[in-house]
Write a protein that binds this ligand. Structure first.
Ligand code: SP5
Ligand code: ZN
Length: 343
């Protein structure tokens, strides 16, 4: 299977995050992508290509120009004001009624961020843009006839909305690829999000659209991050009503339980009859993941891949989360082998 990888991901290496009231080492670290890459190579999964430069237009078709400009310039403005040189980190967020404009540099990091899990470093913009181009390159290969492509994106994207970063995400790689594949409504695209966290950004981006179906299995937001999105009664709006489908699940979901819910999710996708499927592939559903609280095992990712492939539609798998580093490569190999074998 074709794999798209950009070495620029390593330029994004934040020093720490803020987790349950404590500063902690940053879980979404460069080692994640390197481990996946090495394991794919050892398993002879390939060929491996680097992304083509698709420019900014397909990114700006999903994200607002002011947000992309903010992401590009934040670190420079932060350090020029004397902010910590390792990363721009938010400490204040505008809220309804507390949202007047401010020129204070310390206000900047919170302007387009919903949490403290998306520090912006010197290399964040370059890495995030390269990840978006990995997903776009995979999408273009599907258009050219490829049946399945894996975009090894880092940083991940599914928590990022049109003008919002958070949850380790800056540019929404899967959404950018899905919008590109939808080709102004000429094609139907289904996004299946299997990261353990609800893809609030992807959901928001496509909430009012009927040409892109968003289906997500995740820990229910009444106990799991991102807490404020991902409920079953969030079903889309306007023309998009019915084209967002959430499966919020309980703690401790195991392989059998997951596969039974996946069958229901795939039934929605089959009924939609998409031209393309974008798989937001997180492995933080794994039993040993330090952030997730599901109990999936390595073989089930192969079964998930086979069932997605059985849709008979070209698939772009986009890397999202997954923090059990020792198992990350094996879990990716399992998924990709399933995607290959299932067709
Ligand atoms: C892309 C992605 O997977 N982003 C996830 C960001 C999650 N950040 C906060 C998670 C807090 C979950 N609570 C940890 C419970 C283990 N003690
Ligand atoms: Zn996640």
């Amino acid at each position: 299977m074709l794999v798209v990888y950009a070495p620029q991901h390593a330029l994004h290496d934040p020093p720490r995050e803020f987790l349950e009231g404590r500063f902690a080492p940053y879980a979404e670290a460069p080692a994640r992508a390197e481990i996946i890459l090495r394991t794919l190579e050892a398993a002879s999964i390939g060929p491996l290509i680097t992304p083509d430069d698709h420019g900014l237009a397909p990114v700006l078709a999903v994200h607002t120009p002011d947000y992309v400009d903010h992401l590009r310039t934040l670190y420079g403005r932060w350090t020029a004001a004397g902010g910590a040189p390792d990363a721009a980190f938010p400490a204040a967020f505008p809220r309804p009624g507390l949202d007047r404009a401010s020129r204070a540099p310390w206000a900047l990091p919170g302007l387009y961020s919903f949490d403290m899990s998306a520090p912006v470093t010197a290399g964040t913009y370059t890495a995030a843009l390269a990840a978006a181009h990995c997903a776009l390159t995979g999408a273009a290969r599907l258009q050219a006839g490829e049946r399945a492509v894996y975009a090894l994106c880092r940083p991940p994207g599914h928590h990022a909305a049109a003008d919002l970063m958070g949850g380790y995400c800056y540019l929404n790689n899967a959404a950018i690829a899905a919008h590109y594949l939808a080709a102004d409504g000429a094609r139907r695209v289904a996004i299946l999000d299997i990261d353990v966290h609800a893809g609030n950004g992807t959901q928001a981006i496509f909430y009012a659209r009927a040409d892109v179906l968003f289906v997500s299995l995740h820990g229910a937001p009444d106990w799991e991050y991102p807490y404020f999105s991902g409920y079953a009664d969030q079903r889309g709006a306007g023309a998009g009503l019915g084209f967002t489908v959430n499966f919020p699940l309980e703690k401790g979901v195991d392989d059998a339980r997951y596969l039974s819910v996946l069958a229901a999710a795939l039934a929605h996708i089959r009924a939609f009859a998409p031209d393309y499927v974008v798989l937001s592939a997180g492995f933080d559903t794994f039993h040993a993941d330090p952030l997730g609280q599901f109990r999936l095992t390595t073989p089930v990712y192969g079964e998930i891949g086979a069932r997605v492939a059985a849709l008979g539609v070209p698939v772009l798998a986009v890397q999202e989360g997954g923090y059990a580093r020792d198992a990350l490569g094996e879990n990716a190999v399992s998924l990709l082998r399933g995607l290959e074998a299932g067709r």
